[in-house]
Design a protein around this ligand. Structure first.
Ligand code: IPE
Ligand code: IPE
Ligand code: MG
Length: 246
């Protein structure tokens, strides 16, 4: 039986978060520059989004550029920013075909101006779509996001808009970049690395982690289905015992 038909479509995760890793190693294996790996990785994003749509997933968050990635060699950073600008513009028709609405998380104001512009335009052009939400984590790091949230809450307390006793998980959630999305049920990281690299630390308190050796530019529909199938075989207990879950 093929993988797709084994998936229980009534139990697809609503939100999948993906750490797209291994572009550089993939390129090296082909005897190519790292940037070639990043550009082929765009095909994987497109394929993954349409696969997610097929199984009824409503949100996919792609970790595209971390705050720490600024520390890479300058030519790679510039190449990645150029690729981002071109890709965001080029992908709008495909996003519209898929009914995908574009969002971003991360400090967009720290991106080059042309990248900010393309992002804003693409968001406007896809704003009416409602089949699936495509969230790009750009200049994102979880500790940055949490720090900003704490600053905002502290400011409200300082200004007398909020009492410290009123701070609760819901209120903290509302200060996060992800306030409009449910927490991811499933995290996928490619390339064999098994770490979070500063991604959605608050949001992934009860997320299932799936690690695969597949390098991101090789990641295709089947690989997403495999991850979802494994997720569906896991028992999520949320601190309870098996017998309570029936
Ligand atoms: C992930 O691939 C893409 C980004 C971080 C932008 P890498 O560029 O990290 O590829 P590896 O891990 O060096 O192979
Ligand atoms: C994580 O990958 C960030 C993105 C996928 C954008 P990295 O390749 O930057 O992470 P580390 O350095 O291996 O932790
Ligand atoms: Mg990497």
């Amino acid at each position: 039986m093929d993988i797709f038909s084994q998936i229980d479509l009534t139990k697809s995760p609503k939100h999948i978060a993906i750490i797209m890793d291994g572009n550089g190693r993939w390129a090296k294996k082909q005897g190519q520059e790292r940037l070639f790996g990043h550009s082929i990785g765009v095909d994987s994003v497109r394929d993954t989004l349409s696969a997610a749509k097929k199984i009824g997933v409503k949100y996919v968050t792609f970790y595209a550029f971390s705050t720490e990635n600024w520390g890479r060699p300058q030519d790679e950073v510039e190449g990645l920013m150029d690729l981002m600008v071109k890709t965001i513009a080029n992908e709008v028709p495909a996003m519209n075909e898929n009914g995908a609405k574009l969002w971003s998380i991360g400090d967009v104001s720290g991106l080059p101006q042309d990248c900010q512009d393309e992002l804003r335009i693409a968001k406007e052009k896809t704003a009416q779509n409602s089949t699936i939400n495509m969230i790009l984590a750009l200049n994102y790091s979880s500790r940055w996001e949490i720090t900003e949230a704490i600053k905002n809450i502290a400011e409200k307390v300082e200004n007398g808009l909020l009492k410290s006793t009123e701070i609760n998980e819901k209120l903290i959630n509302e200060e996060m970049n992800t306030q409009h999305f449910p927490d991811p049920e499933l995290l996928i990281r490619t390339s064999g690395e098994q770490r979070l690299s500063n991604f959605l630390l608050w949001q992934m308190a009860y997320t299932e982690f799936y690690f695969t050796d597949v390098l991101w530019p090789d990641f295709r529909e089947e690989d997403l289905f495999k991850a979802v199938l494994e997720y569906q075989h896991r028992e999520r207990r949320f601190g309870q015992v098996s017998e309570q879950l029936i």
